[in-house]
Design a protein around this ligand. Sequence first.
Ligand code: GRG
Length: 293
Amino acid sequence: MDRAIFDARYEEYRRAVEEFLDSLFLGTPHWQDLYASMRYSLLAGGKRLRPVLTLEFARQGGSDWRIALPPACALELIHTYSLIHDDLPCMDDDDLRRGKPTNHKVYGETLAVLAGDALQPEAFRLILTAPGLDSARRTACALVLAEAAGAEGMVAGQVLDTLHAPRTERELTEVHRLKTGAMIAGACRMGATAAGGDAALLSAAQTYAEELGMAFQIRDDMLDVMGDETTFGKPIGSDAQEGKVTFVDLLGLEGCERAVRERTEAAKAALAPLGGGGAFLLSLADSLAERKM
Ligand code: GRG
């Protein structure tokens, strides 16, 4: 896809997501400190990759992509909670996220934990009240989110990563399939589900996402070694400092580059059933393989 057309579509999706998120948690209860803490992290930028994937797969399912905005943003609420909790002293103990002080550095640990807690049911509320979805699609989308974020998805990956010290390529691949890949796969399946897409689209979404998720994580490990702190938005070298084994340790930078290329090509191959309609997703895979943030 022509770069300018790709950029324009990504920007259209990103802007719609920002506007939707900015409309949340604006009330004036006397527990406004909770809302402030939630909005601080929710509106701190980020690529909005997961909602963008949802909106594009909704388009692929033949729907007006706007009907998928609530479930797309639900994924971003869950993603945001995971980042807030991951930065806490009991986990990675990070001071910087997306180039800004982490939530607990600004609001304190108690409110950071509670903001993350609140974002989870609020994500399900968005799906279960989505105006453009009938009750069958709302239920199906809620299930996609539970599978992606729960005890067989992202949280399982975080447990393995933080408490089981993965060291081999096989162990690391499993961690990242769950911790990073499950939410990326959930994002793709969410769009297809919201649009009522058929089994072929769901299957393409799953395979594309699995390969994309691994490429994304290997690239993340590379950036933790060779990235620029200002662009990446968090300190470089934090994995090594925390004693974590990464793909860079196992494969070296060149091996990682090769693996990212192979995974990216496999992700693109999974889009064959979409024909020319998959052009945006092909370009997205290529752009993520070269990302700097
Ligand atoms: C606390 C239950 C729980 C889970 C945390 C997502 C996660 C699991 C931890 C964040 C740390 C990390 C490096 C995770 C790997 C996935 C990843 C690269 C997350 C960052 O996603 P991006 O790059 O972030 O899409 P932006 O800022 O662009 O939204």
